[in-house]
Design a binder for this molecule. Structure first.
Ligand code: FES
Length: 106
């Protein structure tokens, strides 16, 4: 499925992400700057912070408590549409997902 990431400078990249893979993993394998993924995807670092496009907000499962807690620790401002990229898993329901990247992750 497709996921589009728009960085803080406005540059966008669309990635093909196999089902079940996380947005963070896809971005890191594609060498995308703007997503760090320091903890490897265990919702422990908040360096995979993204802002989910409003059109997709409802399609994502609500964040678990661990994700909620980490979102308190993001380097850039937390917004209502803030999520952790490692907790966003590719699926048919999210095909075409668009996220914006914060200015910094650390
Ligand atoms: Fe560490 Fe997502 S990769 S919280």
């Amino acid at each position: 499925f497709e996921m589009t990431l728009i960085d803080a400078a406005g540059e966008s990249r669309t990635l093909q992400v196999p089902e079940g893979q996380s947005l963070m993993q896809a971005a890191v394998s594609a060498g995308l700057r703007g997503i760090v993924g320091e903890c490897g995807g265990s919702a422990m670092c908040a360096t995979c912070h993204v802002y989910v496009d409003e059109a997709f907000g409802d399609r994502l499962p609500a964040p678990l408590a661990t994700e909620q807690e980490m979102l308190e620790c993001t380097a850039s401002e937390r917004r209502p549409n803030s999520r952790l990229g490692c907790q966003i898993k590719s699926s048919a329901a999210l095909d075409g997902l668009v996220v914006r990247l914060p200015e910094r992750q650390q």
